[in-house]
Structure formats: structure tokens, C-alpha cells
Design a protein around this ligand. Sequence first.
Ligand SMILES: COc1ccc(S(=O)(=O)[C@H](CC(=O)O)C(F)F)cc1
Ligand SMILES: [Zn+2]
Ligand SMILES: [Zn+2]
Length: 159
Amino acid sequence: HIQGTRWNKNVITYSIGRYTRDLPRNTVDSLVESAFSVWARASSLTFVRSHTRNADIMVEFVTNEHGDFYPFDGPRGTLAHAFGPGLGIGGDTHFDDDEYWTAGRTGFNLFVVAAHEFGHALGLKHSRNRESLMYPTYKSSSSANLLSIEDVANINALY
Ligand SMILES: COc1ccc(S(=O)(=O)[C@H](CC(=O)O)C(F)F)cc1
Ligand SMILES: [Zn+2]
Ligand SMILES: [Zn+2]
């Protein structure tokens, strides 16, 4: 994902394309909004939802081959991916719809995975700190605010 390192603006738009059938649409909308607000609360960034396809961050649920060079892999394995900041596909965030997406502790928690992916969409890399949201492996953290001190420091070092 060869992209720039950061967005050159503080107001970032997102839109939601194809949805999953695992959850009601308005649940997906609110979990996505909550995942963005985790980063908004910790930084000077603001996220605005748009209903056009030319938003900065396109959020979609897709399976297998889906038009970029990173096809998904069926159930388990890769859960999602996000491109770093940039024009076009930059920032776009895809969720593998062969996973079972939930708002709770079964399946994969959409809020937790989205918050991690949006970290990548903002330009953050993985952390080696198990407490960090940007640690490379999934765990269904129940805590309302997922960010570690390191995550807050990293997003503020970037913006
Ligand atoms: C905590 O959030 C996540 C952890 C691990 C993943 S992942 O297992 O899909 C990961 C992709 C990623 O780190 O974004 C893997 F390389 F595919 C996604 C979100
Ligand atoms: Zn993709
Ligand atoms: Zn990651």
C-alpha cells in the first residue's frame, strides 16, 4: 500500500459503500462513526460522513477478489485492510465479509477492527505493545476507549 504518510487536512470525509448482512445498516453506521470518534477524541481530526463516492475514506464490506491487489481469503485469516492516506484508493478501508461481524464479543467485533483499520487509514503502523490498538493481532477488547497512551502519542506525532 504505497501511500503518503499523512492527510494534509484535519477534516476527513468518509462514506460507506457495500454493507454486511451480519448487522443492521444503522448498527454498522454507528459502529463506524464510533470507531472514527476514538481517533477524533485523541487528536485534532474531525470525521464527516458523506454519501458520495469521492469521500477520502471509502468503507466497504467485500469478499475475495474485489478490485485491488489484495484479495481477501474467506473466513478467518485476514479480517480487513486499509490503505494509507492519499488520493483515490488512499484511506479506503475494506472488511472481509466472509467473517462474521458483530457488535459484541462473538465473531469479530466491528468497532474494534474498524478502529484499528482507521489507524492505518490515518497513516499509523503496527505497534509491538500488546496494549496498543495498533498491535497486529485481534482481541475483542471490551473497553469503551481502545487507545493506549502510545496510540494517542503516535496520532498526535502525525497530526
Ligand atoms: C485489532 O484490529 C485488527 C487486528 C488484526 C487485523 S488482521 O488480522 O486482519 C491484519 C490486517 C491489519 O493488520 O490491518 C492481518 F494482517 F490481516 C485487523 C484488525
Ligand atoms: Zn481491498
Ligand atoms: Zn493492522
